[in-house]
Ligand binder design. Structure first.
Ligand SMILES: Nc1nc2c(ncn2[C@@H]2O[C@H](COP(=O)(O)OP(=O)(O)OP(=O)(O)O)[C@@H](O)[C@H]2O)c(=O)[nH]1
Ligand SMILES: [Mg+2]
Length: 360
């Protein structure tokens, strides 16, 4: 109450409230922080897990900024060499200069590609890993979701084909954030709406970081289970797959040999802790081992633009067309610059800083 009375009095005397992101925007405009730090602060405020806080705090500390600036400096140095060389006759070029430049560019390109790959793998540490519950109808997917969330979020029934749409919820597991998705049971259906739902289930599974594949222990394996297993093989790639046998308090009829040895047995109506524990153990191993990670779409896009420009530039270097080589290097430098201090800031800034909480 006292605080708001003081505030009102100040406003009466002509003060105004800060607009969203105003302090960070000013810090950026005054050159106190670069865009990387400003973006990290924006995200830090909204971080939903300890993992996210750790990564973003590192980002504020500046590892990525240093790396980008060093990369830019080394490209500018190469450009300077080339500008001088353009005036020389080809025979007068310092020995091995072009080979050395090519080697430098290749090293940088590899580093950038490596950062993109690590960032894609670790994305879930900030925004939450996506875990999709998959299985044929009636195996207990929605029951498991509700048990994990400890709520009655999804409708459960003995009717096969109860869940029609995907249901997504966020939960924290240890220090991690996960987005857990319940899906429509996979089967051949003639029902139009159910078919759309099954399509969505498959799309969700394809974009998942983790898959929780559920099978009913109390039923014999049938074609629908086999369809789920085949689909999993198709899309698995480097996703983490947990195989679960549900309803294990009933007599076992399912042929366990079809599933991997490390199958997790549960009774979703009673207890989801075995799978929660496994997810936690798995995510605990997904630590941030790199100081440098890209945290926004903008950063990823710019780094990709940089590697593309570097690749293109090398072709011209090999041909000896130094002007064109230099042109592409300029593009690479501009793309890197856009990560820390873009030339045209208005568009980026308005979008970014308005996402902030008031003031900050
Ligand atoms: N005995 C027993 N029954 C269970 C268990 N888990 C789920 N069920 C029952 O199995 C039936 C189907 O459960 P749901 O959670 O609706 O199954 P679902 O996989 O979501 O089904 P769809 O949405 O149709 O794909 C319900 O009657 C649940 O009560 C369990 O661990 N033990
Ligand atoms: Mg369901």
């Amino acid at each position: 109450m006292v605080a708001s009375m003081i505030l009102e009095t100040l406003i009466d005397f002509g003060a105004r409230l800060a607009t969203p992101g105003e302090f960070s925007k000013r810090a950026f405009l005054n050159g106190r922080v670069d865009l990387i730090k400003a973006e990290a602060v924006a995200r830090l405020i909204e971080a939903k897990s300890e993992d996210a806080v750790k990564i973003l705090a590192k980002q504020v500390a500046g590892g990525l900024g240093e790396f980008i600036n060093e990369a830019r400096d080394s490209l500018i140095e190469i450009m300077a060499h080339i500008e001088v060389s353009i005036d020389y006759a080809e025979d007068d070029l310092p020995l091995n200069l072009l080979e050395k430049i090519e080697e430098k560019l290749l090293t940088l390109e590899r580093k950038l590609e490596n950062i993109i790959e690590i960032s894609a793998r670790k994305k879930g540490l900030i925004s939450g890993f996506k875990a999709v519950i998959l299985g044929k109808p009636n195996v207990g997917k929605s029951t498991l979701l509700n048990q994990i969330l400890s709520t009655n979020r999804a409708i459960i029934s003995t009717v096969a084909g109860t869940t029609r749409d995907t249901i997504e919820e966020e939960i924290r597991v240890g220090t991690h954030l996960i987005k857990i998705v319940d899906t429509a049971g996979i089967r051949d259906s003639s029902d139009e709406v159910e078919r759309i739902g099954i399509g969505r289930s498959k799309e969700a599974a394809k974009s998942a970081d983790m898959i929780i594949a559920l099978f009913d222990a109390s039923k014999k394996v049938d074609e629908e289970d086999m369809e789920v297993l085949t689909f999993l093989e198709e899309i698995k790639g480097d996703k983490k797959c947990f195989y679960l046998l549900n309803k294990v308090e009933k007599d076992l009829k399912f042929d366990k040999t079809l599933l991997p040895k490390e199958v997790i047995e549960i009774s979703a109506t009673k207890d989801a802790s075995p799978i929660i524990r496994k997810i936690r153990e798995y995510l605990d191993t997904q630590k941030v081992d790199s100081e440098i990670i890209l945290i926004s779409e903008n950063q990823i896009r710019r780094v990709k633009e940089t590697t593309k420009a570097l690749k293109e530039s090398k072709e011209f270097l090999n041909e000896g067309s130094l002007e064109l080589f230099s042109f592409h290097l300029h593009e690479a430098v501009d793309a890197l610059r856009a990560i820390t201090r873009p030339y045209s800031v208005d568009e980026v800034m308005d979008k970014m800083f308005s996402d902030f909480c008031l003031g900050k």
